[in-house]
Design a protein around this ligand. Structure first.
Ligand code: PLP
Length: 445
C-alpha cells in the first residue's frame, strides 16, 4: 500500500471542516483517520496498524476486506447495481433463502431494510398491524436504532431527547451484577425479572401491547447474557397475553455469539427459544454495504398474504447489499467462521479474560459468549462503583498507543473482535489489555 501521511492530514481536515458526526457535540471531536484494513487490522496513513477489537460498531464479523465478499460486490456491480424493490431479483432471493435456512423452519419470509433501526421500525409495525394493538415494551438497557420508533424503543439515554413517538413503555431486563431485583443467583434474577415484566404487562394493559422487543443479548448496554430460563419465560408471557415477540439480533446475530443467531447459542435442554420476528443488520454482511431486515415467522408472513403491508424502502433488497450477504454467508459457512467464534470464546477469550480479571482489580465482572464480551470496570469490587469517563478515556489512549482499537461504552470495555480472530491475535490483544490496565491502575492507586 502506498500510504501518504499528507492524505491522512487531508482526510482529517476535510472531516473536521465538512462532516457532521453522530451522537456528538462537534467541536471536541478528534476522529481517528482510517486508511485501510484487512482481517482484524486497520491502519492509518502514517503506518500505524491497530488490532480492531471493536469490529468498528461490532459489525465486521467476517473481518475487513474479506476477498470473497469484495469479489461478490464487484461481480454484482457488473451485472446490476440497483433495482426497484417491486421487481424480483435473483441475488435478493438467494440472500433471503440463505438467511431463512439459518434462522430455522418456523420462519417464512425476509423483509430487507437499509440497516438495524429500520428493521426494528418495520418489525414493530408488523407487530402492531397483526395484533391491532399499539404499545411496544422494551428494556431500559437497550439500543434499537436512531429512527422514529426505534429510538423511542431504545432504553438508554439516547431515547430521552428523541421521545416523539407514542406507544412505548420500558421495563428492566435481568442483569445480576447490577441487579434491580436484589437477586443473589441467576435463577432468582431470572424469576424476579419475569415477575416484574408480567407486572408491567398487566399495568400497561395486556390488550394494548403489540410487541415485546428485546435484544436477545443486550449489546451496547453491556453484553448482558440473560440468565437461564429468562428468554423462555418471556416467550411464555408473550404467548399468554397474545403479544408478538421480537428479538433484535442486529448486534448479537450472524456469528457474534458462536452460533448463527444468539437465540440458538442460548438454547437450553428444551432447545432454542424462538421469537416471532428477528431483526438483523451488521454481521449479516459485516456492513460492507448497508443492509438489514426482518425475518418473519410463517404465521405473521401468512397474515400479510391478503392484508396489505403498508411499508417499503427504495433500497429494500439492494443488489450490492444482497450480493454482499450471499458472499459473506457463504464464506462464513465454507471457512467455519461461526465455529471459530465459538471456540475462540470458550477456549481463548473466556479463560484469557478471567485471567486478566484475576490480575486487575479494576475489572469488576467479565461477561460474554463467543466474540461478544464486556469488562465491567469499577473503582472498588465491593461497592461496584463504575469507573468514570475519564478513566475510560485514559484506558482507550493506553490501548491505542499499544496498537489496539477498543470499543468502550459507559464504564466498560467491550471485547468484540471479528469472528475470524485467531488465537495469536487474541493472545496479542490480551497482552495489550494487561499492560493498559496496569498503566491505568497505577494512576488510580
Ligand atoms: N439494534 C441493535 C441491537 C444495535 O446494536 C443497533 C446498532 O448498534 C441497532 C439496532 C441499529 O442499527 P443501525 O445503526 O444499523 O440502524
Amino acid at each position: 500500500n502506498d500510504l501518504n501521511p499528507a492524505d491522512g492530514q487531508l482526510a482529517y481536515d476535510l472531516d473536521r471542516a465538512h462532516v457532521f458526526h453522530s451522537w456528538s457535540a462537534q467541536a471536541a471531536l478528534t476522529p481517528l483517520v482510517i486508511a485501510g484494513g484487512a482481517g482484524c487490522d486497520v491502519w492509518d496513513f502514517d503506518g500505524n496498524t491497530y488490532l480492531d477489537f471493536s469490529s468498528q460498531l461490532v459489525n465486521t464479523n467476517i473481518g475487513h476486506q474479506h476477498p470473497a465478499v469484495v469479489a461478490a460486490i464487484k461481480a454484482q456491480a457488473d451485472v446490476l447495481t440497483t433495482v426497484a424493490p417491486a421487481h424480483a431479483n435473483l441475488v435478493r432471493g438467494e440472500a433471503a433463502k440463505r438467511i431463512l435456512a439459518r434462522a430455522g423452519s418456523t420462519f417464512g419470509k425476509v423483509f430487507f431494510t437499509n440497516g438495524g433501526a429500520d428493521a426494528n421500525e418495520n418489525a414493530m409495525r408488523m407487530a402492531r398491524l397483526t395484533t391491532g394493538r399499539d404499545k411496544i415494551l422494551s428494556t431500559y438497557r437497550s439500543y434499537h436504532g436512531n429512527t422514529g420508533a426505534a429510538v423511542v424503543a431504545t432504553g438508554d439515554w439516547r431515547r430521552v431527547p428523541n421521545e416523539f413517538a407514542r406507544g412505548h413503555a420500558h421495563f428492566f431486563g435481568p442483569f445480576e451484577y447490577r441487579s434491580e431485583f436484589w437477586a443473589d443467583s441467576p435463577e432468582q434474577e431470572s424469576r424476579r425479572a419475569l415477575q416484574h415484566l408480567e407486572r408491567v404487562i398487566q399495568s400497561e394493559g395486556a390488550s394494548s401491547i403489540a410487541g415485546i422487543l428485546i435484544e436477545t443479548i443486550p449489546g451496547t448496554a453491556g453484553v448482558l447474557v440473560p440468565p437461564p430460563g429468562y428468554l423462555r419465560g418471556v416467550r411464555e408471557l408473550a404467548d399468554k397475553y397474545g403479544i408478538v415477540l421480537i428479538f433484535d439480533e442486529v448486534m448479537c446475530g450472524f456469528g457474534r455469539t458462536g452460533g448463527w443467531f444468539a437465540f440458538q447459542s442460548l438454547a437450553d435442554e428444551d432447545g432454542p427459544v424462538v421469537p416471532d420476528l428477528i431483526t438483523f443488520a451488521k454481521g449479516v454482511n459485516s456492513g460492507y454495504v448497508p443492509a438489514g431486515g426482518v425475518i418473519i415467522s410463517e404465521s405473521i408472513a401468512q397474515a400479510f398474504e391478503q392484508q396489505v403491508f403498508p411499508g417499503g424502502l427504495t433500497y429494500s433488497g439492494h443488489p450490492l447489499a444482497m450480493a454482499s450477504i450471499v458472499g459473506a454467508l457463504d464464506a462464513m459457512e465454507a471457512e467455519g467462521i461461526v465455529d471459530n467464534a465459538r471456540v475462540i470464546g470458550s477456549d481463548h477469550l473466556a479463560p484469557g479474560l478471567a485471567e486478566l480479571a484475576a490480575k486487575h482489580p479494576i475489572i469488576g465482572e467479565v461477561r460474554g459468549i463467543g466474540v461478544f464480551w464486556a469488562l465491567d470496570l469499577v473503582y472498588d469490587r465491593e461497592s461496584r462503583e463504575p469507573v468514570s469517563g475519564v478513566v475510560i478515556g485514559q484506558l482507550k489512549k493506553e490501548l491505542m498507543d499499544r496498537g489496539l482499537l477498543p470499543f468502550a461504552a459507559d464504564n466498560r470495555i467491550h471485547v468484540v473482535p471479528p469472528c475470524i480472530v485467531t488465537p495469536e491475535e487474541v493472545a496479542r490483544a490480551l497482552a495489550i489489555y494487561d499492560e493498559a490496565f496496569t498503566a491505568v491502575e497505577a494512576t488510580l492507586a
